[in-house]
Design a protein around this ligand. Structure first.
Ligand code: DER
Length: 232
């Protein structure tokens, strides 16, 4: 399928351009990162590389273990050489919406610990402004007992609609790897994302947001025509 091939192109390009021997590497979550991890495992084997991988979710942890990569953590490697992760949408300033997979909090922590944060995405994620293509809203991780007041504060201050993310194969709300709930905030106008990100984080009960502002160093887009487009 074209999209899967595009994810693979992006994942391989990021690993081939940014992974070297003796690195501590942050491993993101989602489906595109799976291709990057496969390529990483291939290179580790072929080139006998020594790398240490920090996961951003239970899923990423499983991926690291399944691919026989060395698992580590931020206690042992608080400074990472590079973090590679996916995104739900990328705008022209390299601002990201992340959290479609519900792993945004640990993803943002790991991305912030890395000297270089590299994003891998298929062509569907390439937008001019946030919200053009991603219609599921900005994921916000919240302390469960506060989801209603946070939702009200969000809507009162910034408009739009904030919905509690309900689970599909489990009764009730999605519970994150950190034991929290998720709100998906469907905004209805263009905002200054840096300002609004800070304001949302100030609402008591908010753990973190899926807005990654001024964090990504480079994005690799796998394109429909089989090429890779790079945005710095
Ligand atoms: O949930 C997340 O933050 C994921 O990284 C997401 O943004 C990308 O997931 P995908 O690679 O499956 O599209």
């Amino acid at each position: 399928r074209m999209v899967e091939e595009a994810k693979k192109l992006a994942g391989y390009a990021a690993v081939d351009n940014h992974v070297k021997n003796n690195q501590a590497i942050g491993i993101g979550s989602g489906s595109t990162i799976v291709h990057a991890v496969k390529r990483l495992a291939e290179r580790v084997k072929e080139e006998n590389l020594n790398v240490f991988c920090v996961p951003t979710s239970f899923q990423a942890r499983q991926l690291i273990i399944e691919n026989d990569l060395t698992l580590t953590d931020l206690d042992r490697h608080p400074e990472l050489d590079v973090a590679i992760d996916g995104a739900d949408e990328v705008d022209s300033d390299l601002n990201l919406i992340k959290g479609g997979g519900g792993c945004l909090t640990q993803e943002k922590i790991v991305a912030a610990c890395a000297k270089s944060f590299i994003v891998v995405a298929d062509f569907r994620k390439d937008s001019k402004n946030l919200g053009e293509q991603w219609k599921k809203g900005i994921p916000i991780e919240v302390i469960p007992m506060a989801y209603m007041p946070v939702s009200k504060a969000l809507q009162g201050q910034f408009g739009g609609v904030a919905e509690l993310r309900m689970a599909i194969s489990k009764a009730g709300p999605v519970v994150t790897d950190n034991g929290n709930f998720l709100l998906d905030w469907k905004f209805d106008k263009v905002h200054d994302w840096n300002t609004i990100n800070t304001a949302i984080k100030m609402i008591p009960g908010v753990v973190d947001t899926g807005l990654f502002i001024n964090m990504a160093e480079r994005v690799y887009f796998g394109m429909e025509d089989g090429t890779v487009s790079v945005r710095d």
